[in-house]
Design a binder for this molecule. Structure first.
Ligand code: ADP
Length: 365
């Protein structure tokens, strides 16, 4: 089921505003979302806290009404429909399980109050519950109560409960944030597996770029209610549209310098570090991915070594670039390449595909 958002906007009135007086500015939590989510894909909605991710999800599931715009599931306009008539399954970060009910009863809860043609027989309910429990691999835990389960198992119950009504769309709001690091990793792979098995169009909200990049078919990067970029994770990483997106994706984060283009050469400090054919003279922000540096004896960027960390395949080099006020550079090179690792001074060349130039007047769209 594809999801189409047309000029979807949600404004909240400014807090503490007084009637009759000019209000403080409204918060535009979701600002003119206008894009399509293809059928059967997993989409990561990604951005810092407060950028409007949950609001967008709540609009799509029907818990909030948009100020403007429309939402379609396939050809159906669902904008005016209440959540129960949209065919969405929702999973929240706190699982929201009923503590007094067994796992089985928790999963079957959404099926109990179906009316009319949707009403299911007892046998059908048991069958559906077992199918959902098997899908998330908790069918051996059906008799337990939530407090007898680990966090990861509780989240699986929540996912089974969201899937048991065979929703058209699955919405996950920060589903991993209450889990410890190891379980987070396991559960995110699990979510990917379940999504691929069921082929349900799924929206996954997170502030964690690693999480979104690793399991999504497509990511939507947001800031202050505005979509900054949409694309395949690798494409967005390789070709960020602005400095905000460049900085938001990647661990360790991108290195940022002030630079200047003069006569088709990029200068950082007084050194020409890269030729930039076709770029007109102007000041720029320069973003260089950690893997964009090459150890090179006559390389134009000369730095002071601060720390070397050999991490199996990779060597992480932390150094400072004295000509630009000792800006710290975090670079990663292949262990092979670093056979004679630097001591004291480090000289870098750059890989052009890993260097991005951004105009200096704005960080975002
Ligand atoms: P995120 O999920 O990315 O952390 P939210 O969607 O929760 O962001 O919030 C986006 C913006 O909308 C924030 O500035 C938040 O304070 C504001 N907001 C969210 N819900 C309400 C509400 N019910 N009333 C007023 N402002 C709200």
């Amino acid at each position: 089921m594809k999801i189409v958002l047309q000029h979807l906007t949600k404004k909240f009135p400014a807090r503490g505003s007084v009637r009759g007086r000019k209000n403080r500015e409204d918060v535009i939590a979701v600002n003119d979302f206008d894009f399509e989510i293809p059928d059967g894909k997993l989409i990561g909605l990604l951005g810092p806290s407060g950028c409007g991710k949950s609001t967008a999800l709540n609009l799509i599931c029907g818990l909030l009404k948009p100020t403007e715009g429309k939402i379609f599931f396939g050809e159906d306009d669902v904008t005016g429909l209440p959540p129960e008539n949209r065919g969405v399954g929702m999973v929240f970060q706190n699982y929201a399980l009923y503590p007094h009910l067994t796992v089985e009863k928790n999963i079957q809860f959404p099926l109990e109050n179906l009316k009319g043609a949707d009403k299911l027989s007892k046998e059908e309910i048991s069958k559906r519950v077992l199918e959902a429990a098997k899908l998330v691999q908790i069918d051996h835990l059906l008799e337990r109560k939530p407090n007898e389960l680990s966090g990861g198992q509780q989240q699986r119950v929540a996912i089974a409960r969201a899937l048991v009504k065979l929703p058209r769309v699955l919405l996950l709001d920060e589903p991993l944030s209450n889990l410890d690091a190891r379980l987070r990793l396991q559960t995110r792979e699990e979510i990917r597996r379940i999504q691929q098995e069921t082929q349900i169009t799924t929206i996954f909200v997170t502030h964690d770029q690693d999480e979104a990049m690793s399991i999504s078919d497509m990511i939507v990067v947001m800031k202050d209610g505005i979509v900054q970029q949409i694309g395949k994770p690798q494409n967005v990483y390789d070709d960020p549209v602005n400095l905000f997106v460049a900085k938001f994706l990647g661990t360790p984060p991108i290195n940022v310098f002030s630079g200047e283009v003069k006569k088709e050469q990029l200068y950082i400090g007084s050194e020409a570090v890269l030729s930039t054919p076709g770029v007109s003279d102007q000041p720029v922000h320069v973003g260089i991915r950690p893997e964009g540096f090459l150890l090179k004896e006559d390389g134009p960027l000369s730095c002071d070594l601060v720390r070397l960390e050999v991490m199996g395949r990779d060597v992480s080099i932390v150094s400072t670039h004295e000509k630009s006020q000792n800006v710290t550079i975090r670079s990663i090179i292949d262990a092979d390449e670093g056979k004679s690792l630097p001591t004291g001074k480090v000289h870098f060349g750059l890989k052009p595909a890993k260097v991005f130039l951004f105009c200096t007047d704005t960080e975002e769209r």
